[in-house]
Write a protein that binds this ligand. Structure first.
Ligand code: FES
Ligand SMILES: [Fe+2]
Length: 392
């Protein structure tokens, strides 16, 4: 958001606060069948469509700062790694030796000069070329140029590293993200650095986990002793671009804008801004740190959740800065996400396994859950829209 857009957003939130209502999302309540969270056949369709044909976020660019820096996949089902070459280019490859399929990289991130297969020692360059076959006399007629690593689409844009499973997927990220791409540029997400990235398996459907973020209705209840103080009388404004949703939530101090000229208003001083970046990322801009959350289904009721927290180095100097970051991470990751939001999602999933009601009912302030669900449902079959800019 540019400065004038930030001012406009703050005004939208102040006006909503007068009415004590979120921005209108729905005309009527919506029913969501619980089979959306339990049906393995539906998950197979999601895997084949939204998890295959769209750009996916591998992580933050600060992890690929130098030639040789790499990020490996957090998802066994999609075993890639992304590495910066000596020429500065970012490339993604299947994390698989061309001899007999061994995983070449086992750490989640790091830096290397060459890739040496742990099984029989074949050596690959950062550009994926096979440089050496050990005991090469035992491979007569095998041409090294036929056995380079299998490359995948990859790019860096808006501060994120992007990959795709399907080699035909377009990685035109500005077109894919639409207006939200400008937000990544204007908030200068690329200049942040990683504090920590965690990976945990949760016993809940991936959509159920993401949906816990998409309404403010639960905040005074589930987060009564934690987040609710920062979001007293909180209201939500939202925008949609293609399959992505942006949600801006007013913080308790938003009325303090009255004490400042508009030219000095910054949205992140008075609100947190959240994005569902289609299909599986939930991205959060808080006043002093940023979170990238990704969700990858293992089964209909099991999901890999990663949380990468980013910050601006000058905001958290020295050891005092590091301990302040540790506090924020523990609060957000462990207390709010893990022990409050996702504990509820896991609990809901547990009840779904044993029958009872066949649908969930969404109130008018839960409209973004319905919108997120529609975004997936509309893209389960048919032609991917990403190649025409990723917009519906
Ligand atoms: S499997 Fe990699 S060298 Fe044999
Ligand atoms: Fe929550």
């Amino acid at each position: 958001m540019k400065q004038d857009e930030q001012v406009a957003m703050i005004k939208r939130l102040l006006a909503l606060r007068e009415t004590r209502r979120d921005e209108k999302m729905l005309d009527d309540v919506v029913h969501i069948p619980v089979s959306k969270y339990t049906d393995e056949k539906l998950l197979d369709r999601e895997r084949a469509s939204v998890f295959t044909r769209y750009p996916l976020i591998a992580g933050h660019v600060s992890m690929l700062a130098e030639p040789g820096s790499y990020i490996a996949s957090d998802w066994d089902e999609f075993p890639y790694f992304v590495v910066r070459g000596d020429d500065g280019r970012v490339r993604a490859f299947y994390n698989q030796c061309r001899h007999r399929g061994t995983r070449l990289i086992t750490e989640r991130s790091g830096n290397l000069r060459n890739l040496v297969c742990p099984f029989h020692g074949w050596i690959y360059g950062l550009d994926g070329t096979l440089k050496g076959i050990t005991r090469s006399h035992d491979f007569p007629g095998v041409d090294k140029s036929d056995y380079g690593l299998v490359e995948l689409p990859a790019t860096e844009a808006g501060g994120f590293v992007w990959v795709a499973r399907d080699p035909d997927t377009s990685l035109d990220i500005p077109a894919f993200l639409g207006t939200f791409y400008d937000d990544l540029i204007n908030f200068d997400v690329a200049s942040l650095v990683q504090y920590k990235k965690t990976k945990v398996v949760k016993r809940a459907n991936w959509k159920l986990l993401i949906k816990t973020y998409l309404e403010g209705y639960h905040v005074p209840h589930l987060h009564r002793t934690t987040l609710s103080r920062a979001f007293k009388k909180g209201v939500i404004a939202y925008d949609k671009d293609g399959a992505h949703i942006r949600l801006s939530a007013a913080r308790t101090n938003i009325e303090e804008t009255a004490m400042k000229p508009e030219g000095e208003w910054r949205i992140l001083d008075y609100a947190s801004v959240y994005y569902t970046l289609f299909p599986n990322t939930f991205f959060i801009l808080h006043p002093d740190y940023v979170s990238i959350n990704t969700f990858w289904p293992l089964s209909a009721d099991e999901t890999v959740w990663t949380h990468e927290m980013l910050y601006r180095a000058e905001d958290f100097p020295g050891s005092a800065g590091q301990s302040a970051l540790q506090k924020r991470f523990t609060f957000t990751n462990d207390t709010v996400f893990d022990q409050e939001d996702f504990a509820i999602a896991v609990d809901v999933q547990r009840t779904l396994r044993h029958g009872g009601s066949d649908h969930h009912v969404l109130g008018l302030a839960e409209g973004l859950l319905a919108m997120f669900q529609d975004n997936i449902d509309q893209r389960l079959d048919g032609t991917p829209d990403v190649n025409t800019g990723g917009r519906a």
